[in-house]
Ligand binder design. Structure first.
Ligand code: SF4
Ligand code: SF4
Length: 313
């Protein structure tokens, strides 16, 4: 485990209905941070690197990692218990495709018994509803022609068909913006919005080996202005905070999250650091921007998250 993580020696136990009562939790955390307690409360967990798809830009899933060893159910349960005891409150379980783990229902039961909030990040093409996390995120690359060109023919329809069967679990769509889709934000929202609770957007990270789809800073600005305009129109439920859309630069607080590799290695750097040295100057990762805006106690960021997602948890 990384020695640089400043674990909480007396973790504050958030209420089990974390979503509805998250404002007092964030306020208390911010106060404790000001007083010097820099402990993380969020964990991005790569449960597996296996995936049923082979998306064009994905740095996580390649042919060789499919044969990597995986941790057993008991090993993951021990890691979740350890994280909970050290003050982590939210687990984001991702991959690869985490729903390929047949023990995921048991792992979620264990996490919930520890009082943790769970979010499962899926491509939405397997049947996700057999598992019951607190919330899901699903990847959407754009309208059908774009989504299928990245993920393979038929996968957009498969995703929508699955979303139509949702028994009522909050779902956030996540779209990684790049050259192929940044002009199609409105079309993407029209296609997916009726079936998801809220839509979030992020920008493709410039992983060193995969830069052909990267947006220029000017194109990133155009996409951010489009999102601001659409938020203002109130036609869609958009997760990105205004502060993240208005400003080119931002302060990242990677300390508030740890990342856990598919081999159970816990590190203090953001998940980019699991692959290569993070390039913070070029980074527009929406999830860290949102967490950092919440941590800075930007009221609009918190209120936006609350009204679109947390109140449904
Ligand atoms: S679904 Fe996700 S993990 Fe699987 S190949 Fe596509 S981007 Fe990678
Ligand atoms: S690469 Fe991005 S998410 Fe990672 S520490 Fe830098 S700014 Fe934060």
């Amino acid at each position: 485990m990384s020695a640089t993580i400043k674990w909480d020696r007396r973790p504050y136990r958030s209420p089990s209905d974390f979503g509805k009562r998250s404002l007092p939790y964030f306020l208390l955390r911010r106060l404790r941070w000001t007083l010097g307690n820099r402990s993380p409360f969020f964990a991005y967990v790569k449960l597996t690197r296996r995936c049923n798809l082979d998306c064009a830009y994905c740095p996580w899933h390649t042919g060789t990692v499919n044969s990597d060893p995986e941790l057993s159910s008991n090993q993951w349960k021990d890691i979740f218990s350890d994280l909970a005891n050290r003050g982590i409150r939210v687990l984001v379980l991702e991959g690869g495709e985490p729903t390929l783990r047949s023990d995921l229902p048991q792992l979620l039961d264990h996490a919930h018994s520890l009082g943790l909030t769970t979010v499962v990040g899926t491509n939405g093409t397997t049947n996700p509803w057999r598992i019951r996390p607190t919330a899901f995120t699903v990847s959407v690359d754009g309208p059908m022609r774009i989504h299928d060109s990245v993920r393979g023919s038929g996968n957009f329809d498969r995703l929508l068909a699955n979303l139509e069967q949702n028994p009522g679990i909050p779902v956030a769509s996540i779209t990684v913006l790049n050259r192929g889709n940044y002009r199609l934000i409105e079309e993407t929202l029209d296609a997916v919005m009726p079936l998801v609770t809220v839509a979030g957007f992020t920008f493709q990270y410039p992983y060193s080996a995969r830069d052909e789809l990267l947006l220029t800073p000017q194109e990133v600005r155009v996409a951010r202005q489009t999102l601001l305009r659409l938020k203002k129109s109130r036609r869609f439920r958009i997760l990105n905070a205004n502060v993240s859309l208005r400003r080119d630069t931002w302060t990242c607080y990677p300390e508030i999250a740890v990342s856990v590799s598919h081999l159970g290695e816990i590190s203090s750097h953001c998940f980019v650091g699991q692959i290569e040295t993070p390039d913070c100057k070029s980074c527009q990762l929406g999830c860290y921007r949102l967490l950092s805006a919440l941590h800075s106690f930007n009221f609009e960021a918190w209120f936006n998250l609350y009204r679109h997602l947390l109140r449904h948890l």
